[in-house]
Design a protein around this ligand. Structure first.
Ligand SMILES: Nc1ncnc2c1ncn2[C@@H]1O[C@H](COP(=O)(O)OP(=O)(O)OP(=O)(O)O)[C@@H](O)[C@H]1O
Ligand SMILES: Nc1nc2c(c(=O)[nH]1)N[C@H]1C(S)=C(S)[C@@H](COP(=O)(O)O)O[C@H]1N2
Length: 162
């Protein structure tokens, strides 16, 4: 199953900081059996984020796209706005659960405005930028990712809980 990792970071895009968060996501995805078929770092620019997400969902048809960064309150943080522009359906439960579980680690979790949802057959999920946040989010997401993706692809698979 293919996945894409999109890092949204001004410093990362300028080559001023190693993209640890993107690296962690790619490692976690590979360990979980995903093929990381696309990886990019873009600056916090609305149009660039929209273009990448549309390309990966519509042309590459990636079943899973994880973004990291640009979800907070800084003036240049626009990842949720760009993501909202491309989503056809939102999945509020994923975003809410990431924030709720994040609160177990830091109250700053409530400052992430990340979204999750579907465009065509792609599940798109915004994660915060810090490597720690990415690791914490992965723990929450990993048990449900495969089932969510199968449902989006049209599988009749039953929920494991029946
Ligand atoms: N892709 C990343 N790789 C490694 N560390 C990151 C990454 N993105 C964010 N961080 C860390 O998380 C902290 C908070 O992230 P934030 O999005 O505010 O970063 P920033 O440095 O202010 O902005 P930008 O990443 O857009 O240049 C940063 O100070 C940095 O230590
Ligand atoms: N689980 C978890 N969520 C987290 C964090 C974290 O360390 N762990 N960091 C928070 C912080 S400090 C910020 S500012 C927001 C937004 O981060 P972003 O702007 O890098 O996307 O995510 C929050 N969400």
């Amino acid at each position: 199953m293919k996945a894409g990792v999109l890092t949204v970071s001004d410093k990362g895009a300028r080559g001023e900081r190693e993209d640890l968060s993107g690296k962690i996501l790619m490692e976690k995805l590979s360990e979980a059996g995903f093929e990381v078929a696309a990886y990019e770092i873009v600056p916090d620019e609305y149009e660039e984020i929209v273009a990448l997400l549309v390309d990966w969902a519509d042309r590459l048809q990636l079943p899973l796209i994880l973004t990291t960064g640009g979800t907070g309150l800084s003036p240049r943080d626009v990842t949720p706005e760009a993501t909202r522009a491309v989503l056809e359906k939102e999945i509020p439960g994923i975003a809410e659960t990431l924030r709720a579980k994040g609160l177990e680690h830091t109250p700053y979790s409530m400052l992430s405005r990340g979204l999750a949802g579907i465009r065509r057959k792609s599940l798109i999920i915004n994660l915060p930028g810090s490597p720690r946040a990415v690791e914490e989010a992965w723990e929450v997401l990993s048990p449900v990712l495969r089932h969510a993706i199968e449902k989006i692809q049209g599988s009749e698979a039953e929920c494991a809980r029946g």
